[in-house]
Write a protein that binds this ligand. Structure first.
Ligand SMILES: Nc1nc2c(ncn2[C@@H]2O[C@H](COP(=O)(O)OP(=O)(O)OP(=O)(O)O)[C@@H](O)[C@H]2O)c(=O)[nH]1
Ligand SMILES: [Mg+2]
Length: 363
């Protein structure tokens, strides 16, 4: 029976997988372990390499996810597919020092900790050759999330060991998206957690490329909002609402331009609604549903279903806005009123109509 399950999230890591599995086997000698590599589809053959190794070593397994993305969800699904009383999470790109895993496990056991974190920022640790702007960004993110994880030197770490009983206690309170699974686990515990840390020196990435981008940063803020607001609303709602705010910006700009030019309120409001709908679809597809983004033909089908779902919203929007306008309210108040009611309608209908049919429905 494994005493440690190692979960490795991997996306486009073909060049790193053989060396990582080799290094892990060496580092974990003497322990009873299993390794689960969670590969998101990238058509680069990463999963084939893992399966090849799994054929020769039954301690290794691959979870391949099709049409899905997300580091945090990959870690959660890998952890839930495992069985050991302790779980380690380590990147596939060899930046984390795998020789620290047995020490993290030993410390977690000895001190009866829920989580043992490998830290770059405590005495003895280092970010290695990580670019100074990346270190600043990581430190800024740490400072912003300080209220959720007091006393921790490196809450942005993606390298840690966690006790299964702890995972089971918090798993239903996780945000479950984005990049920051450790912060998510700690915030979900609401202070009822015992954390220990050990220092390590981060290595540089030799192969493959970083997946840090605008979506990762947007998800980080949504993770903070989700936990700081007491997890009242579904995780996706925060991104949908943020996109909705930009949609209102688009809406009001177009309305302002067209109403000034034509003086026809109803026509201006209709075109402004269409413009906002279009920009909302594309932003939602990249950000709100970025983990299961519609592409190619599915994307165009998605646009059409989004229009269809939102056209009822648009009718509601027009009816309410026209009614408010006829009540002699200023045109922009009337426009905004219609847009707010339509946005609520749109969230609930498009969640199942446009992007539904997968985990989106279940959150
Ligand atoms: N399964 C899965 N793994 C992912 C995804 N995004 C990132 N990963 C993996 O998560 C780990 C961390 O991602 P990186 O891009 O290395 O992030 P980082 O370490 O903050 O950035 P760098 O320092 O530039 O490498 C790597 O093993 C990636 O392959 C994803 O969407 N799905
Ligand atoms: Mg990395």
């Amino acid at each position: 029976m494994p005493e440690l399950s190692v979960v490795v999230p991997a996306f486009r890591e073909r060049e790193n997988i053989p060396a990582l599995l080799q290094a892990l086997e060496q580092a974990l000698a003497g322990l009873d372990w299993e390794t689960i590599v969670v590969v998101d589809d990238a058509f680069d053959g990463t999963e084939e390499l893992v399966r090849e190794r799994a054929q020769r070593d039954p301690r290794i397994r691959c979870i391949q996810r099709i049409g899905r993305r997300g580091l945090a969800s990959a870690c959660i699904e890998g952890m839930l597919a495992s069985s050991a009383p302790y779980l380690a999470v380590i990147d596939a790109d060899l930046q984390h020092d795998e020789t620290l895993v047995p020490q993290l496990l030993a410390k977690a056991r000895r001190e009866e900790a829920d989580v043992a974190v490998a830290s770059r920022y405590m005495a003895g640790g280092s970010t290695g050759e990580l670019a100074p702007e990346r270190v600043r960004l990581s430190r800024l993110a740490g400072a912003l999330s300080a209220t959720l994880c007091e006393g921790l030197t490196d809450a942005m770490s993606g390298f840690f060991v966690v006790r299964r009983t702890f995972l089971e206690r918090v798993v239903r309170n996780l945000y479950g998206r984005g990049f920051k699974i450790l912060l998510d686990l700690i915030a979900a515990a609401r202070g009822e957690i015992r954390v220990v840390e050990l220092p390590y020196r981060m290595r540089s990435r030799a192969y493959g490329e970083s997946k840090l981008g605008a979506r990762v940063i947007a998800e980080f803020f949504m993770l903070l909002l989700y936990h700081l607001s007491g997890r009242l609303l579904p995780a996706r709602f925060f991104l949908f609402a943020a996109v909705g705010v930009t949609g209102m910006g688009v809406h009001l700009c177009v309305l302002w331009l067209l109403f000034a030019a034509s003086g026809n309120f109803l026509l201006s409001q209709a075109l402004a609604t269409w413009a906002a709908m279009t920009s909302n679809f594309f932003l939602n597809n990249v950000f709100t549903y970025g983990d299961q983004r519609l592409r190619g033909r599915a994307m165009w089908r998605g646009v059409l279903s989004f229009y269809a779902a939102c056209s009822i919203g648009a009718l509601i929007n027009l009816a309410i806005a026209e009614w408010l306008f006829l009540k002699s309210l200023p045109y922009w108040v009337a426009g905004l009123g219609g847009a707010v009611i339509a946005a609520l309608w749109n969230f609930f209908t498009t969640a199942s109509f446009t992007w539904g049919g997968s985990i989106a429905r279940k959150r």
